[in-house]
Design a protein around this ligand. Structure first.
Ligand SMILES: NC(=O)c1ccc[n+]([C@@H]2O[C@H](COP(=O)([O-])OP(=O)(O)OC[C@H]3O[C@@H](n4cnc5c(N)ncnc54)[C@H](O)[C@@H]3O)[C@@H](O)[C@H]2O)c1
Length: 269
């Protein structure tokens, strides 16, 4: 229960899904958590949950697409808790812009830049602001939630997938730039995780199809990702830097035709 004892964590997009589960888990393991989200009410409700369970949390409304708000976020962590050990860049554009990308021939530049502003720049700028403080402290852990969508081409959500591939590049670059000085930067690449964002996007038929191609008995839960985030944020992961860790239930572990062959091998009833 004390894997993050005496540490201060700041999490973006923590009002829901993976960010929320991570905030609850980090706090349960002893961290003081700055719970931030575009929706201040959602952040406040998660901070209330943490405090009700005996943890320490502060909520803050933060749009990661706005540089001044990122600066205020880092300032608030330092003002309230006196240090910053863990920055978890998890927020994603949930406006639906990503889902509108269905036809490459209708590629929309404005949509691309808006998605990159939130999904990439948000975490990159927050890291740039946090790193000087981490350096003064002698180290820190930075996490990003990337996606398995970053690993290959797609037939939709082009700007989302591209934004996550960019995240992977920045994660490795931050890791290389500051690893010698004790700052670790790692990415989690979730597969299909049943969060509000995923449920808003996927129909029941898509959900069934995702389960079919996932080499696990079930789809992912926010708590599955929170468990990996906890490990990567903790000192147990001291030698893990610049990693792009898939947490996808085996979605990307096999050749693409596995589910076809599996169905062929099933005895007909
Ligand atoms: N759920 C999945 O299947 C899945 C798969 C791969 C990657 N991911 C990644 O996991 C992360 C979390 O996603 P989730 O599924 O938990 O989503 P979610 O919708 O449950 O939570 C996302 C949160 O981000 C907040 N947000 C939206 N725009 C913001 C902004 N501009 N600034 C700050 N906060 C903002 C939302 O208010 C929301 O609370 C994202 O980076 C997403 O790309 C999710």
């Amino acid at each position: 229960m004390d894997r993050l004892k005496d540490k201060v964590a700041c999490i973006t997009g923590a009002g829901s899904g993976i960010g929320r589960a991570s905030a609850l888990r980090f706090a349960a393991e002893g961290a003081c958590v700055l719970v931030t989200d575009l929706r201040g009410d959602a952040a406040a409700s998660v901070a209330d949950e943490i405090e009700a369970a005996g943890g320490v949390a502060q909520a803050l409304a933060v749009d990661v697409g706005v540089e001044d708000q990122l600066a205020a976020m880092i300032d608030r962590a330092l003002a309230r808790f006196g240090r910053l050990d863990i920055l978890y860049n998890n927020a994603v554009d949930t406006s639906g812009k990503g889902r509108a990308d269905k036809d490459f021939l209708a590629f929309d530049q404005a949509r691309f830049f808006e998605i990159v502003r939130v999904n990439v720049l948000g975490g990159v700028l927050a890291s740039r602001m946090a790193i000087p403080h981490m350096l003064k402290q002698g180290g820190g852990a930075i996490l990003f939630t990337s996606s398995c969508s970053s690993l290959g081409g797609d037939v939709a959500q082009f700007s989302y997938g591209a934004s996550k591939a960019m995240v992977n590049w920045y994660v490795q670059t931050i890791a290389a730039s500051f690893g010698k000085q004790g700052i670790r930067c790692n990415a989690i690449l979730p597969g299909v995780i049943e969060t509000p964002a995923m449920k808003a996007w996927a129909s029941a038929a898509m959900t069934d199809a995702f389960l079919d191609v996932t080499n696990s008995p079930r789809l992912g839960r926010p708590e599955d990702i929170a468990a990996l985030a906890l490990f990567l944020a903790s000192d147990e992961a001291a030698y893990i830097n610049g990693a792009l860790m898939r947490a996808d239930g085996g979605l990307s572990c096999a050749v693409p035709h596995v589910q076809v062959v599996r169905h062929l091998l099933q005895p007909s009833s």
